[in-house]
Every structure is written in C-alpha cells, then in structure tokens.
Write a protein that binds this ligand. Structure first.
Ligand SMILES: N[C@@H](CCC(=O)N[C@@H](CS)C(=O)NCC(=O)O)C(=O)O
Length: 214
C-alpha cells in the first residue's frame, strides 16, 4: 500500500489524503513533520516539505500536486482531472491558485490560530489575524466566487483536483474559526457546505479532530 509521509493537519497533506479518499484508494500515513531527519522522508522530499510519498512500488516522490497526478495515472477511476482539455487546464490552474495565492491567506490564519498555538507554543498575534481577515482573505474569496458556476464543483459537473485543493484550504479556515460570509460569498459558502458533506471530507475532519483534541 502507498504511504503518505506527513502530518494530516497540513493543508497539503490533507489535500493528498482527500484525493486518495475521494478516489477510494487506500493509503497509510507515516507521521513525519516538515524538516524531519527520517531517511526515507529526506530522500523523498529533499526540500523537507510535507507531504512526501512512497508508492506501493517503493518509488519516492513529493509535493501534493505531483502525488495526485501520479495517483490519477495509477488509479484512473473516480477521475480528478477533467477529460476535456480546456477544463483540464482550468482545473490545474485553480489547483495552482489554491496552493499558492489562496494558501498564503489561509495558511496565515491557520498558523496564527491553530498550528502555531498547538505545535509551536506560539501566541496568536491578533493584529496579524485582523490583517489576514481584512486584507488577504477577501480578495481570494472574491476570485473564487467569480469562478464558481455551480454550488458543487469549480469545473464542469464533476469533482476535480481544483475542488480538492480549494476545499482543503477552506477546511483550514474553518478549523481557524473563520466563517465564510454567506451574504458576500454565497457560492463559495454553498460550495464549502457541500464539500464538507462529502464522506471524504468528514473522514478527514475526524482524523484531524483526533490530532487537535488530544
Ligand atoms: N507545493 C508543496 C507545498 C508543501 C508545503 O509547503 N508544506 C508545508 C507544510 S503545510 C511544509 O512542509 N513547510 C515546511 C517548509 O516549507 O520548509 C505541496 O503542494 O506539497
């Protein structure tokens, strides 16, 4: 069985886990923090970032986007990449947006309110929280609102890697106590409600609850 190396509470590890669960591909988790000296992790992830991955053939790779692309090739069922080339391009772009610009905002709040206090003995900087909530998050939600054509999926009429990447970031916001304003971003709010109703999202949340409620 394939192994994801990382901590499930990381949004990028979460993204890789969600992709496996949505595609109904079993996996194991090896709990490895970023920068770990674990030899398998170092070989898989020379940048020291999580997630890293060991395929069931023993090959070592890393990066959530790479892992999901590999997964799709090996397990094409319950596809996460649209067949149509134009939609495929759009899905990859939204995944990239989620992993970079969106993550800059969501990770900042998630660190201040959740990860920092839980794992790094960090006291929440309320000024930074205000700045992230007022300046970083709204333009991201505005952009996503403009891209949503349905209440379920960002691209076409099926779940894609874009939904997984964006949903994973929105889960960080929820864990950080941020509620999406329905008046301002009705489509994103409905998308997230539907995303969280997915069995895969509920399973992921339950796994993370165990980490934070310890
Ligand atoms: N592009 C990478 C980003 C992974 C990433 O930045 N992971 C964070 C944890 S959430 C990390 O390991 N940070 C440690 C570091 O940057 O050194 C992916 O999609 O997997």
């Amino acid at each position: 069985m394939a192994t994801i190396l990382g901590v499930p509470a990381s949004p990028y590890v979460r993204k890789a886990m969600l992709a496996h669960t949505v595609k109904q591909v079993p996996f194991e988790i090896k709990m490895v923090p970023p920068g770990s000296d674990d030899p398998t992790f170092r070989e898989a992830s020379p940048l020291g970032k999580i997630p890293a991955y060991q395929t069931d053939q023993g090959t070592l790779i890393s990066d959530s986007s790479v892992i999901i692309a590999y997964l799709e090739r090996v397990h094409p069922e319950n596809a996460l990449y649209p067949e149509n080339s134009e939609k495929y391009g759009q899905a990859l772009w939204l995944e990239e947006y989620a992993d970079t610009k969106m993550a800059e905002a969501t990770n900042a709040l998630y660190f201040q309110r959740v990860v920092g206090p839980a794992f790094f003995d960090h006291t929440t900087d309320e000024e930074r929280v205000e700045q992230v909530i007022n300046e970083l998050i709204p333009p991201v939600l505005d952009f996503l609102e403009s891209k949503l054509i349905s209440e379920h999926y960002f691209i076409g009429s099926a779940m894609s890697v874009a939904d997984v990447a964006i949903g994973s970031n929105l889960m960080s916001l929820e864990r950080a106590g941020y509620e999406i304003d329905r008046e301002k971003w009705p489509k994103v709010s409905s998308f997230f409600t539907n995303f969280m109703a997915l069995e895969a999202a509920q399973k992921q949340q339950a796994t993370e609850d165990q980490i934070f409620n310890r």
